[in-house]
Design a protein around this ligand. Sequence first.
Ligand code: CP
Ligand code: NVA
Length: 313
Amino acid sequence: MPVSLFGRSLLTLLDFSQEEILYLLKLSKKLKNESKSGKIKRRFEGKTLAMLFEKRSTRTRCAFETAFGEEGGHPVFLSTSDIQLGGKESIEDTARVLGRMFSAIQFRGFKQETAEILAKYSNVPVYNGLTDIYHPTQALADILTLTENFGEVREKALCYIGDGRNNVATSLMIICAKLGINFTIITPDELKPYGDIRKKIDSFAEKSGAVTTVTSDIKAVEGADAVYTDVWVSMGEEAKKEERIKLLSPYQVNQKLMEMTGKKETIFLHCLPAVKGEEVTADVIDGPQSKAWDQAENRKHTIKAVMVATLVK
Ligand code: CP
Ligand code: NVA
């Protein structure tokens, strides 16, 4: 049976099969080529997208807005200082109303539960543009970037170093386990992924053959094809800044760490925004091994693929 994602929400990636993820990646490549060669279609003509933001964003907002607009759709940006969302009006009621007016909803915010409620009560596809615990559209762009550099990514080694429990690390762990990519998280004991997510990952990895490793030893970076990091303090955790700097300083990605991979062709990835001088040094992120800028561009093409797959028959 051909893959059909029509009408689906993208909330976590946990419920997407390997085949469905590969389908989205293939579609992303096709749409990227089309976009680059100016062959834009009007796939979203007559469609509307509500873009709800509780947290700030550059890439995610711009990716959704430009991808949707480029294909003739009408995106509407709604920050939570403009609309009722669990304030005067329940999230359920806002979802019901948005579902009557929009073809789909993008949500970026704090609680994962808000995205889930929006999906349950709106009856239109809901896309998670980042919550405290997941960042699924980012993970798709990350793997598209890997495939652009390595072709087949099965059995490639991706090493994430830094806060091992944040949204980016968790979504990467999920997608790698689903696709058979060997994934290592290097993080201090205090920031190791929680047991419940590890259990889910283990069941995916068993099926795909991926090896998932969690360790506090930076030597585990040896052999990595890609080294990935993210900010030490995620949005909403600002009070933890001092504690995180203390915990994570030994885990900075710098030239010395890149050399510890033992491979010259290893690439560097970062979801951005970056705090240069904290999780990564400027010479690495601005240097020749960095693919962070391709990765940022790929947010647009992968997000477009998710919307085409779920909104266009
Ligand atoms: N990577 C990412 O989600 O960037 P923004 O926070 O700018 O959207
Ligand atoms: N972990 C970061 C990702 C930003 C794209 C955050 O949540 O702030």
